[in-house]
Design a protein around this ligand. Structure first.
Ligand code: NI
Ligand code: MN
Length: 231
């Protein structure tokens, strides 16, 4: 089964599992590095890690136009349902078999989750996806470093997508290196940096450090670039 990961800049991720299209934290409008507009985004499923505006982003408009199912924590799923959208609520530690694309588990994240209208967005999450053919993809969401990344790593991660080097709002480069040591993924893609001057970082310098100190491979993507997971 072909699985392709795409980084759309900031924390906006695309995953194609077989023929099914997932979008994570779709933030195109107002995102200075987005390679496409919200009107061009395609999705069957939209996953939202937490309530902040740079993650909820264009989810509502894209879900409506694509007839997509929104998957998030109970509070955020309910917020979208109130807007008349289809949603599926999960919560931290809980997994569910979404037959088209795999088993999706919500993981801890250390962050906030207030919604753009000030509504209560519950606790922030990350996602651990096991595709139908067994690939494990961990999308950490906005988070600081936490020791339970060791437990997530025990599952055997093929690809970890972490906000490693942005700093200020999430882990910075040093803690992100420690995260990779706990997660032990085969490959890592850094995100949530170079969107604005406040979170400017050098991903190539980070790659050099991580690959010197761990056996994980760091793949530095430009917004709009993809990584095929079927090598
Ligand atoms: Ni956030
Ligand atoms: Mn963020």
């Amino acid at each position: 089964m072909k699985t392709t990961f795409t980084w759309y800049g900031h924390a906006t991720l695309g995953l194609t599992v077989g023929e099914h299209k997932l979008l994570v934290d779709p933030f195109f409008t107002g995102n200075p590095v987005a390679p496409i507009t919200a009107d061009e985004a395609l999705a069957d499923f939209i996953l939202v890690t937490h309530g902040h505006g740079d993650h909820v982003g264009d989810a509502q408009a894209i879900a409506k136009r694509n007839n997509a199912l929104i998957i998030s924590n109970f509070e955020i799923a309910g917020w979208f349902a109130e807007q008349g959208l289809d949603s599926h609520a999960q919560h931290l530690g809980g997994g569910f078999h979404h037959p088209p694309f795999g088993y999706l588990k919500l993981t801890l994240a250390l962050h906030g989750s207030a919604l753009p209208d000030g509504g209560y967005g519950g606790n922030p999450a990350g996602f651990l996806l096991t595709t139908p053919d067994g690939k494990k993809i961990y999308m950490a969401g906005d988070t600081g470093l936490f020791g339970d990344m060791q437990l997530i790593g025990d599952e055997g991660i093929d690809l970890a997508v972490i906000p490693p080097i942005g700093d200020n709002y999430t882990m910075g480069p040093d803690d992100a290196l420690r995260a990779v040591k706990l997660l032990r993924p085969k490959q890592v893609v850094p995100i949530h940096y170079n969107t604005w001057p406040l979170i400017e970082q050098d991903p190539h310098a980070w790659k050099t450090r991580v690959e010197a100190e761990t056996s994980s491979k760091v793949v530095v993507l430009k917004p709009g670039e993809s990584l095929d997971l079927d090598s």
